[in-house]
Design a protein around this ligand. Sequence first.
Ligand SMILES: NC(=O)c1ccc[n+]([C@@H]2O[C@H](COP(=O)([O-])OP(=O)(O)OC[C@H]3O[C@@H](n4cnc5c(N)ncnc54)[C@H](OP(=O)(O)O)[C@@H]3O)[C@@H](O)[C@H]2O)c1
Length: 301
Amino acid sequence: MRVLITGGSGFVGQRLCQRLIEAEHRVQVVSRDPEAARSRLPESVDVRRSALDFVDAPPEALVNLAGESIAAKRWSDDQKEKLLDSRLNVTRELVGLCEQLQQTGARMPRVMVSGSAMGYYGDQGDREVTEETTAHDEFAHRLCRRWEEAARKAESFGVRVALLRTGLVLDQGGGSLEKMLPPFKLGLGGRFGSGEQYMPWIHREDLVRAILFLLEHDELAGAFNGSAPHPVTNAEFTRTLAGHLKRPAFLPVPAIALETALGEMARLLLTGADMRPARLLEAGFDFQFETLEGALEDILA
Ligand SMILES: NC(=O)c1ccc[n+]([C@@H]2O[C@H](COP(=O)([O-])OP(=O)(O)OC[C@H]3O[C@@H](n4cnc5c(N)ncnc54)[C@H](OP(=O)(O)O)[C@@H]3O)[C@@H](O)[C@H]2O)c1
């Protein structure tokens, strides 16, 4: 199968490319900087600047992961626009590709797995959250909702669309864990605020397996929570990580300090949702890493 990935040069995308190539699929990547992306990806990957550049090589499947990092900078109005536009523009190009393929009578992609995030639900306190839960209206929710809506436009071209509301992706070599490890290794880790907020998480390997699962199962469409079956609170996460590193983690970071330093972006650390992967489990997806202990044991081995 020929699979086109936006954001294929990123933390999740790179591992996805690797797994697809191992399974003998052909991989295409959209990147703003094709040369830099090529240097990070296996040689066989076809990297181009826009999804629209692939009209002459129609993919059978689309995976949409590109977007400005949500934690890159304080959420000023300009940064909020950048977070939104970086996702909407790339997603619209994918839909534009479908439109052009239809016009040229070429074969249409069968499926698009499109990124979204736990932020879709907004702050949910300690309520258990499935794909059915009503979202709390806040910036993260509006960002994810508009990203999902843009992706669903591909449905009008007969493309099956699966939306993956991803939790915190854990692995070596990137993502949030890379930022957390240095202070924790020095014994300077600690919970954020009360620590009672939920942090749904997923091992990068399971996330890539979930993307492959959604690509392969023709009956699966709509929203899927992409996080392990056993989410933890921030305090449990802190304890478990510190325990694995055999370091103390007695230094809580007060909510007010985070709010002062990060503004509205502090919500990423101080609020959350007890998100459960109800639809993936119902579809028979088998998580390799169900508990945080197991995931960290693998990652930090
Ligand atoms: N990692 C997590 O914990 C996590 C959790 C929930 C949701 N997600 C979502 O899942 C997706 C993949 O995550 P990831 O960790 O692999 O992300 P990542 O490493 O930050 O990479 C995403 C890719 O998006 C492209 N990109 C970055 N800024 C962009 C911009 N301003 N405009 C257009 N493209 C831009 C980059 O590709 P080029 O530089 O090659 O163009 C980058 O490689 C992201 O959309 C993220 O929001 C991630």
